[in-house]
Write a protein that binds this ligand. Structure first.
Ligand code: ATP
Ligand code: MG
Length: 779
């Protein structure tokens, strides 16, 4: 441990070894806040604190995973395994599963993603016969979300005439009724949406003192990263849990509070000292991430905000290159400039694609960037678009799986009851919904007892409903014995999903089938990976929970060398050698919707501060004079944020200079600069957000259509492709694993399809792998 503590400066060391009592670290970007949290946990464990008693809350699961890996290298993998570390949502989803019955939920409750919520709200609006142009599902959802995050329950809503009045003023007098119906329907479907994961946790901790006591005693030490972005609901959970022992350590930076639009409350960090007694406050001032130019430029920006805590941020790093500012004529030119510069810099400086990030204010800006990168063959990856798990075909498969776990799940049922088509029309579904509401049963229960109901459904359709029930029930039986991978393979084949998607031979159709294969491959990894996690069971519901709470930041694999594209919101906490901040134009960044009040504008400025401070070596600011927005070419002015940076840190590249520096490049950039020649062809919307590079995996799961899976599946025929299962792997063999690298076989156990090998991997420690799934190669 001593060795590791020496990797901290004095200011970092102090909060790291301050274990007891409430404390806060407030410091600027790149000053080592996350590092302090990480080392502090390792330090606590080295002092004998049981990891079981430590709860660490991060902003993304990816951050949690990285911290855990770092801690594992310091204190050992087996110790680190017992840490509870993750996002608020994933940690409290786990707790809610354990305690679900107290709230009247099944422990297998479904987690509705925003698409599910939108659909349910959409159907409620339809059922209530409201005008869908006034009651827009997405807007209604965001309103409901803000109630929930402020802990305004349905009852609280109806007790507060001001809320009702505000909604009436916004021409939505029935808001409360929709909210009520939505909450009831989720409850009946055994489903929680994202906001419920926090709201229901609060409910659990306030209504059941013994539950609160249980988790207070368990989580004796609580740590929170990015505390400036906690919302009210999260704030209350932390307060409640920390109340008994008050061993709470939060770190954050008020200058990086960027989620007010989602209910984050900057005063949580500002008021921390008032919430607990004898709070120790620490400040870190030295930035380790960025060059002097970047740090100073960022300081000059945030200086313009009035609401802030005064902070010093300096760095001993090199001066670095000045921040480059580039003007383009159109968004297309901007994309070309970025792509060419990446190519050029990469070659000149011997960098990888993954050393570059392109950050933007809104997701829609990615299109022009993508097009330019694709033209130059630069591999890239877009984060935070439609996540893999939200694609149609994937949601279809997942909906079948969700129904197996929780047949009450209304959204999953509605999605697949007639997909692939089996002759159950919308009218029938509508009657089932009415019936379910009338009988106060779930739709699935009504279908199961369809003969006993008085619903107007003809006997042919009734039989089809019964067949569907039988199908799902047969999957439930299989779920008792098969693992997630085997089950999914069986379901995609026997439900007719694969056949249905297989009919479509267009590139989109082929992609859909490939995506399903990728999903099933992922399940294989899940089954493998779970064996080493102590408290995980590898069950289907666990898989579904992982899926519901994963963002595509989490699914990154290390060997992908791709330029990262994402919104600034998503980039929080991350760092890249070279960063392009694009679309720096008035009304785009700062956003047109944020110019009404000073506080909104200040939040935009913080967002810019976050963007700039992601860069380690070089930052680029780009803007275009005109840009296609909503299908129209709109003129734009450079963002005020560029002007606000002290000019000594900037290098303004005029297009002429750019042309002189690199004539090759300029041909590219200025290829279509004459205004009357500016053409805009809407790019075909890619079905993939990922620009696929060929997989490096040695073998791939073969399309299930060609193979035969026995329903009771623990047999070797259900093998997923690879394998050493037939190859007589022996103790002492040196092997290579796609994810864990090289290792040595320590032990072999089990028989038949369940043969497992215990392997000591050079980098991943000791792992037990199921051979029929493990992607191993003897070396
Ligand atoms: P942000 O506000 O962006 O979340 P942060 O304050 O959490 O930033 P870290 O991400 O912990 O900062 O650290 C920034 C970078 O500096 C990381 O690459 C980290 O490894 C490095 N770093 C931090 N402290 C030190 C140190 N004492 N010596 C060397 N490198 C350090
Ligand atoms: Mg951090």
């Amino acid at each position: 441990m001593e060795k590791y503590l020496s990797q901290l400066n004095d200011a970092q060391l102090e909060p790291t070894i301050q274990v007891d009592g409430p404390m806060i670290v407030i410091a600027g970007a790149g000053s080592g806040k996350t590092r302090v949290l990480t080392y502090r946990i390792a330090y606590m464990m080295s002092k004998g604190i049981d990891p079981f008693n430590i709860l660490s809350l991060t902003f993304t699961n990816k951050a949690a995973k990285e911290m855990k890996e770092r801690i594992a290298t310091i204190v050992g993998a087996s110790e680190a395994k017992n840490l509870w570390m993750g996002t608020f949502h994933s940690i409290f989803a786990k707790i809610l599963r354990i305690e679900a019955d107290k709230l009247g939920f099944p422990s297998n409750f479904t987690i509705y993603d925003s698409q599910d919520s939108d659909k349910l709200i959409g159907s409620i609006i339809r059922e209530m016969q409201l005008d869908k142009d006034i009651y827009k599902a997405k807007q209604v959802r965001s309103r409901i979300s803000s109630y929930k995050n402020s802990l305004i329950t349905v009852r609280a809503y109806f007790q507060n005439p001001e809320l009702k009045e505000a909604d009436a003023m916004a021409r939505r007098p029935r808001m409360g009724d929709i909210y009520k119906e939505y909450v009831e329907r989720c409850f009946k479907a055994g489903a929680m949406d994202f906001d419920d994961l926090l709201l229901r946790t609060n409910e659990l901790l306030t209504r059941f003192p013994e539950v609160l006591a249980k988790y207070q005693n368990r989580f004796k030490y609580i740590l929170v990263d990015e505390y400036q972005d906690t919302n009210h609901s999260q704030y209350l959970i932390v307060r409640a849990l920390a109340d008994k022992f008050q061993n709470i350590c939060v770190v954050g930076d008020d200058a990086q509070s960027i989620y007010a639009f989602r209910g984050a409350n900057i005063s949580n960090i500002l008021n921390f000292q008032k919430d607990y007694d004898d709070v120790k406050m620490f400040r870190l001032e030295q930035n380790y991430r960025s060059t002097k130019n970047i740090v100073n430029a960022a300081n000059s920006i945030i200086d313009k905000n009035q609401t802030k805590l005064e902070k010093i941020v300096w760095t001993a790093n090199d001066e670095g290159g000045k921040i480059k500012v580039h003007r383009s004529l159109t968004d297309g030119d901007e994309g070309r400039y970025v792509a060419s510069t990446i190519l050029e810099t990469k070659t000149k400086e011997g960098l990888n694609n993954s050393d570059f990030a392109i950050l933007y204010r809104t997701n829609s800006q990615s299109r022009a960037m993508e097009e330019a990168l694709r033209k130059r063959g630069i591999p890239y990856r877009i984060y935070g678009g439609l996540s893999f798990y939200q694609r149609k075909e994937i949601k279809d498969v997942l909906s079948y799986l969700r129904l197996i776990v929780n047949p009450a799940d209304e959204e999953a049922l509605k999605r697949v009851i007639n997909f692939p088509p089996r002759g159950i029309g919308q009218t029938t579904v509508d009657r089932l919904i009415v019936g379910a509401n009338g009988y106060k049963r779930t739709i699935f229960e009504v279908m199961k007892n369809i003969d006993k109901t008085d619903l107007k459904i003809n006997s042919g359709t009734k039989n089809k409903l019964k067949d569907f029930v039988t199908l799902i029930e047969s999957y439930q039986v299989l779920n008792q014995t098969a693992d997630v991978f085997e089950l999914a393979e069986h379901v995609t084949r026997t439900s007719g999903l694969l056949k249905e998607f297989g009919k479509d031979t267009t590139p989109e159709g082929v992609t859909r089938v490939e995506n399903i294969e990728e999903l099933i491959n992922g399940m294989k990894d899940f089954v493998e990976g779970q064996i080493e996690i102590a408290d995980a069971t590898g069950s289907l519901s666990e898989f579904l929970e992982d899926v519901a709470l994963s963002s595509d930041l989490d699914n990154e694999t290390e060997d992908d060398d791709e330029v990262a594209l994402m919104t600034i919101h998503l980039a929080k906490g991350l760092e890249f050698s070279n960063v392009f901040i694009v679309g720096l134009e008035e009304d785009l960044f700062p956003s047109a919707m944020s110019m009404n009040t000073r506080s909104e504008l200040e939040e935009e400025r913080r967002l810019f501060y976050v963007a700039l401070t992601r860069a380690e070596k070089q930052a680029y600011l780009t803007y275009a004079l005109s840009r296609y927005r909503w299908g129209k070419l709109v003129d734009s002015d450079p963002s005020r944020f560029i002007e606000e940076i002290d000019e000594q840190y900037l290098e303004v590249l005029t297009p002429m200079e750019e042309r002189r520096i690199n004539p090759m490049l300029s041909a590219d950039i200025f290829g279509d600069t004459e205004p009357n020649k500016i053409r805009y062809k809407p790019a075909k919307q890619p079905t993939f957000t990922k620009n696929k590079t060929p997989k490096k995996e040695p073998e791939k799961y073969v399309a299930p259509t060609t193979r035969n899976l026995k329903p009771v599946a623990k047999s070797s025929e259900s093998s997923g492709g690879s394998n050493l299962f037939d190859n007589k792997l022996a103790v002492g063999n040196k092997v290579k694993h796609i994810r864990f690298g090289t290792g040595e076989v320590l032990k072999i156990e089990g028989a038949g399809a369940d043969v497992k090998a215990e392997i000591n991997f050079q980098h991943g420690g000791t792992k037990k792998l199921l051979l029929r799934f493990a992607k191993l190669e003897v070396i």
